[in-house]
Design a protein around this ligand. Structure first.
Ligand SMILES: Cc1cc2nc3c(=O)[nH]c(=O)nc-3n(C[C@H](O)[C@H](O)[C@H](O)COP(=O)(O)O)c2cc1C
Length: 218
């Protein structure tokens, strides 16, 4: 007998751990400060891979797409991530340079959503960012052809082997398609889950006069 997915789904819970309280009246005036505090808190709580996020883009027709990527930085110039500009997401970002990011840190019942325009950083910055990372990251980037149809696993094995060898021998090997993108937020929302479902949602919206904070119904 196979597993019944619906039985499994009914057996699972969310917001079943001890959750922190979040008082939005004491929140900082800029979202970056709160993001940095929540990120550090997620790391301290032992949240696995808190630096991974969903990246949502739209294609030329406006149809949505989403995948997981790593957060490379978050500062006054925006939230950054890196990928190949000729990948599917890279092509979507070229057509529609606007994206959304989603973080979920279940250990703390917290979600953060970020939306805004995306720009590519100068190529030298992308290469420096890549070369500061692991040999595996460089080998993966050197393998290239991301999102193209793969004819066979053997073809990937050969390309990956060659990429690993080059990454080990030439730690500064350039990867011309590798691009560092920065999302400059128009809007950042912080969601604090609550066991009684009285979740707190605090949204920051960028205006000409600076950041405006509002609460949202959960
Ligand atoms: C935990 C995790 C982290 C990832 N980080 C990245 C990343 O930083 N950059 C990247 O290009 N792909 C990353 N990927 C792979 C992407 O999810 C995706 O498969 C790939 O980028 C192709 O996406 P696309 O076809 O929409 O361009 C990651 C996947 C996982 C599961």
């Amino acid at each position: 007998m196979g597993t019944d997915l619906h039985d499994l789904l009914r057996s699972l819970r969310v917001w079943d751990v001890e959750l922190p309280s979040f008082d939005p009246s004491g929140a900082p005036d800029v979202p970056l400060e709160l993001f940095t505090a929540w990120f550090a808190d997620a790391v301290a709580a032992g949240q696995t891979e808190p630096h991974t996020m969903s990246l949502a883009t739209a294609d030329e027709e406006g149809l949505p797409d989403v995948r997981t990527v790593m957060l490379h930085g978050s500062d006054a110039s925006g939230w950054s991530f890196a990928t190949h500009r000729d990948s599917r997401k890279g092509r979507q970002l070229a057509a529609r340079p606007y994206a959304a990011l989603g973080f979920y840190w279940p250990a703390r019942g917290r979600q953060v959503r970020v939306r805004g325009p995306v720009t590519a950083a100068p190529s030298a910055e992308a290469q420096a960012d890549l070369h500061a990372r692991s040999t595996g990251a460089l080998a993966a980037a050197l393998t290239g052809r991301q999102s193209e149809v793969l004819a066979s696993p053997e073809e990937l094995a050969r390309a990956s082997e060659a990429a690993w060898e080059r990454a080990r021998e030439e730690p500064g090997a350039p990867v011309p398609t590798w691009t560092l993108y920065r999302l400059r937020p128009d809007e950042v929302e912080f969601f604090q889950g609550d066991a009684r479902r009285r979740h707190v949602r605090l949204v920051y919206r960028r205006t000409e006069a600076g950041w405006v904070k509002e609460l949202l119904w959960p």
